[in-house]
Design a protein around this ligand. Structure first.
Ligand code: CA
Ligand code: CA
Ligand code: CA
Ligand code: CA
Length: 468
């Protein structure tokens, strides 16, 4: 299957959406694959104890390999609310920009995708299928994936129960698409990923559609770079106007640390591998085991007949055939473009189908793993005088805390002589893990990059992809 993504752009910058935009992309001559994503984080209010909105950006430059896994961490000092946020309440928003190759063409289509995330259940026993999750069979004016737990998440995270989850859905080219943000407690062990120290904080993973499903033939034949996403998690929930029963606004989702100081947000991202080291990741490379003559991401470069298969492995380099093996997957969207494999099964998740993968259970190519960190400075300090108001202190005692209660915490804040600007944070280039990150916590936003979903048809995109 393919994973995909999206590109990230600051919310405000996404003014030009809706329309499909043509992107002029340029790549250098093929060399070893590159992977230099950037990560940034900022908060709307830097004051200690404030219920600030946190925005996380993830961006992969044009020409880089796409990402396979993206996880964000939020420092543990950013306390989570009492867990009383109503189902359906708006708790986050995602704006992403994906770059796609449609119908066997090169990467020239930029498509924005956005999601309004609703607070959703973490009760893993009461499940709903991916398809039924979009419907409202119980008539509560919310998609059923809000009140019930998507079954595929239990497949992705067997035996694990998240501490929070939010769900959003939209439509891309007429096809319903969903996004789940799943947040796990610090130190949780997630399958297929390295161990994350609890000091990193809350672990946030995003799953676009159902990552466990095989990609079906569709109009989207390539998920390209650049891609990016901006994800904003609200400090206080907002009302969901789609529901008529209640006002879901005013509930605490998260609270800034009570002590001023520097806090580090971190992000972990793993690239899609490049088996032949020709600079084109396996997902984009129709000749994954042969160094391409040209750059397959550029129309006609090294592809005489422009059918998406580079001359180096095209059986008929001067005779175009958009679906060479006749299995209905167009060449660029086929993980074995020269082997008829109707299911496109890919056991090891390296984007090379089992039918043409000499080592179907071992990833071909070395994924590049990078870490990114952003330091956010919190100012002032909350005087520990009203502990009952602090969500994390007595979570179960004040389940019905009303919106107005929280604001009272602010007066207790003792600003420092030289307060910092309200919005802090910055962008940092993700660099190879040097193991030097002191104490982060997590939060996670995953970003969304994966926005685009798998093929517009059925596909499954994945922000986070499971490996066996
Ligand atoms: Ca190649
Ligand atoms: Ca060709
Ligand atoms: Ca095939
Ligand atoms: Ca494979």
């Amino acid at each position: 299957m393919k994973a995909k993504l999206s590109v990230i752009r600051p919310l405000a910058a996404l003014a030009v959406l809706l329309a499909v935009v043509v992107v002029v992309a340029q790549w250098d001559t093929a060399e070893a694959v590159t992977y230099n994503p950037t990560f940034a984080a900022s908060i709307s209010d830097a004051e200690a104890g404030a219920n600030a909105d946190v925005t996380t950006l993830f961006n992969v430059p044009v020409g880089d390999a796409n990402f396979d896994v993206l996880i964000t961490f939020t420092p543990p000092d950013f306390a989570r609310g009492a867990g009383d946020v109503p189902l359906g309440a708006y708790v986050a928003g995602i704006e992403a920009q994906s770059t796609l190759g449609l119908l066997n063409n090169v990467c020239i289509t930029a498509l924005p995708v956005s999601f309004t995330m609703m607070n959703a259940t973490t009760s893993t026993a009461d499940t709903v299928s991916f398809d039924d999750g979009f419907a409202d069979l119980d008539g509560d004016t919310l998609p059923d994936a809000v009140g019930k737990y998507p079954a595929f998440l239990n497949t992705m995270f067997p035996g694990l129960t998240p501490i929070a989850r939010s769900y959003g859905q939209t439509s891309v080219a007429g096809t319903p698409v969903s996004m789940n943000y799943v947040i796990f407690a610090p130190g949780s062990a997630l399958p297929g990923l390295p161990a994350f120290d609890a000091s990193l904080g809350y672990i946030s993973v995003s799953a676009l559609n159902d990552p466990t499903a095989e990609l079906a033939p569709g109009s989207i034949t390539d998920f390209c770079t650049p891609l990016g996403s901006a994800s904003t998690t609200f400090g206080i929930s907002k009302d969901n106007p789609e529901t008529t029963a209640a006002d879901e606004s005013g509930f605490v989702v998260r609270t800034n640390p009570t002590a001023g100081g520097d806090y580090t947000f971190s992000s972990f991202a793993r690239s899609i591998p490049d088996a032949d080291n020709d600079g084109i990741d396996n997902d984009m490379d129709t000749c994954p085991f042969d160094v391409n003559e040209g750059d397959s991401r550029v129309a006609g470069d090294g592809d005489n007949d422009m059918d998406g298969i580079d001359n180096v492995c095209d059986p008929t380099p001067d005779e175009a055939d958009q679906d060479h093996d006749g299995d209905v997957y167009l060449n660029r969207g086929d993980n074995c473009p020269l082997v008829n494999n109707p299911d496109n099964a890919d056991s090891d998740g390296d984007r090379i189908g089992d039918a043409c993968d000499p080592s179907p259970n071992t990833v071909d190519g070395e994924p590049i793993e990078v870490w990114g960190t952003v330091v956010v400075t919190i100012t002032g300090e909350v005087v520990a005088e009203t502990p009952e108001v602090t969500p994390e202190v007595t979570p179960e005692v004040t389940p019905e805390v009303t919106p107005e209660v929280t604001p009272e915490v602010t007066p207790e804040v003792t600003p420092e002589p030289t307060p910092e600007p309200p919005v802090v944070g910055g962008a940092g280039l993700l660099g190879s893990d040097d193991g030097g990150f002191p104490m982060w916590a997590i939060y996670v936003i995953g970003m969304a990059a994966a926005l685009m979903l798998g093929s517009i048809g059925t596909a499954a995109t994945v922000v986070w992809r499971r490996r066996r």
